[in-house]
Design a protein around this ligand. Structure first.
Ligand code: NAD
Length: 250
């Protein structure tokens, strides 16, 4: 049902973004990929999805602007690229703070401001921002990430209001822990910050609040993104969709 629509999914060379790109493609959308990775693997993904790819570093405004100019009119914008860093606030590297705010929050502002004119012209658009359970609740040692994700929720509500009369919706998808490299890579630092073993981090930190006791699968996020693109979802706007096994219900 998405034939004739063009989707840009940021951070789609891995994890949730890749699963979302695959799900949108399966419904017929034309897909533009973005993210880092090995050139050969990215070329394979482009072939699999009939997609183009931008290697823009989204922490750099000029690169975001070049990506958006190259991508053309975007009907479905998925702001998904993000990174994590785990450290106590007084030791939190200043450069990491700046990068995380730039990638997890500011990049979504830039892609949105550049995508909206075409969406308004066409009278249809979907903006889907991958936030996090950490856009609703916090946990320690993730100050930059939690600040950025709470900010992304506020940004999404704001543009949802601004764009509502133009056939454009803006929503957040907020996963709990999804088994991707982003989660796997934070285990060593969490072990250090909390003085725990790997098994303790998985069971007593990552899955402790996820009532299902299961990691969310990337494809489940892709399915929700596709659902939000349906015309029947035209009044679902400015919402923040938890997909966290019940974590934030408590
Ligand atoms: P991932 O590490 O598997 O993928 C991140 C993607 O972003 C990759 O394609 C990477 O190349 C790209 N990327 C990284 N830095 C970039 C930059 N500067 N410019 C452009 N692209 C860049 O991570 P993931 O787990 O799939 O996370 C995707 C999103 O989901 C993030 O916003 C993350 O915060 C959010 N999220 C993840 C989880 C989880 O448990 N994995 C939970 C909640 C929210």
């Amino acid at each position: 049902f998405l034939e004739g629509k063009r989707a840009l999914v940021t951070g789609s060379t891995s994890g949730i973004g890749l699963a979302t790109a695959r799900a949108l493609r399966a419904e017929g959308a034309e897909v533009v990929l973005n993210g880092f990775g090995h050139a050969g693997e990215i070329a394979k993904l482009c072939e699999e999805l009939g997609a183009t790819h931008s290697g823009a570093d989204l922490t750099d405004v000029a690169q975001v602007e070049a990506m958006m100019a190259e991508a053309g009119d975007i009907d479905i914008l998925v702001n998904n690229a993000g990174m994590q860093h785990v450290a106590p606030v007084e030791e939190f590297p200043v450069a990491k703070w700046d990068t995380i705010i730039a990638l997890n929050l500011t990049a979504a502002f830039h892609t949105t401001r550049l995508a909206v004119p075409a969406m308004k012209r066409k009278g249809w658009g979907r903006i889907i921002n991958t936030a996090s359970a950490h856009s609703k609740v916090a946990s320690p040692f993730k100050s930059a990430y939690n600040a950025a994700k709470h900010g992304l929720d506020g940004f999404t509500k704001t543009i949802g209001l601004e764009l509502a009369e133009f056939g454009i919706t803006a929503n957040c998808i907020s996963p709990g822990y999804v088994w991707t490299p982003l989660v796997e890579n934070q285990i060593p630092d969490t072990m250090k910050a909390r003085n725990m073993t790997r098994e303790q981090v998985i069971n007593d930190v990552l899955l402790v609040k996820q009532a299902t006791k299961k990691f969310v699968q990337p494809a489940e996020i892709g399915a929700l993104a596709v659902f939000l693109c349906r015309d029947e979802m035209q009044n679902v706007n400015g919402a923040n969709w938890s997909i966290d096994g019940g974590w934030t219900a408590e």
